[in-house]
Design a protein around this ligand. Structure first.
Ligand code: NI
Length: 177
């Protein structure tokens, strides 16, 4: 297994629509395992293939506290979503340090394939619902700040750029000491 570099916003790859998975082979299983390792190491609760530069429709999610409930969704589709909305603070491994409240349907039902290509369904609520919607958005080239007003989105992008600059400066200081 290997840790994969995470594509950072505003890399144009994050705005691309991912392609359906057609081959359910060991390469796909290996990518899923590497994505899971990368997600756990970050640490994060979800990661889309888009975020590691692979433009295919696959996401990994684990919202358990013990980090022992890995879910891999291949070609996931939201089949139905509830009318009631819930507002939740979201973050993203492609936008580290930025957290914003996003409103989404509180329940969704998804259809997907597992790594063997079998058709599955899952009802999602609470954190899993939010996480699933956030990750599925990535497959359509949408990041969570795209759900904000233009002003809030600009502020979030500016904050991200500032955090990145500070981090680069701190790293540079570290090197010269
Ligand atoms: Ni994300």
């Amino acid at each position: 297994m290997a840790l994969l570099p995470i594509v950072q916003y505003p890399d144009p790859r994050l705005a691309q629509k991912a392609l359906p998975v057609e081959q359910f082979d060991e390469n796909l299983a290996k990518l899923a395992a590497d994505m899971a390792e990368t997600m756990y190491a970050a640490p994060g609760v979800g990661l889309a293939a888009t975020q590691v530069g692979e433009l295919i429709r696959m996401v990994v999610i684990d919202i358990s506290e013990e980090k022992n409930d890995l879910k891999v969704f291949v070609n996931p589709v939201i089949e139905s979503s509830s009318n009631d909305l819930v507002e939740c603070e979201e973050g993203c491994l492609s936008l580290p340090g930025v957290y914003e409240k996003v409103k989404r349907p509180s329940h969704v039902k998804i259809k997907y394939q597992n790594l063997q290509g079998e058709n599955c369904e899952l009802e999602c609520d609470e954190l899993l619902s939010v996480c699933v919607q956030h990750e599925l958005d990535h497959l359509d080239g949408i990041v969570f700040i795209d759900h904000l007003s233009m002003l809030k989105k600009q502020r979030a992008a500016a904050k991200l750029a500032k955090l990145r600059k500070e981090k680069a400066r701190a790293a540079k200081r570290g090197e010269t000491q």
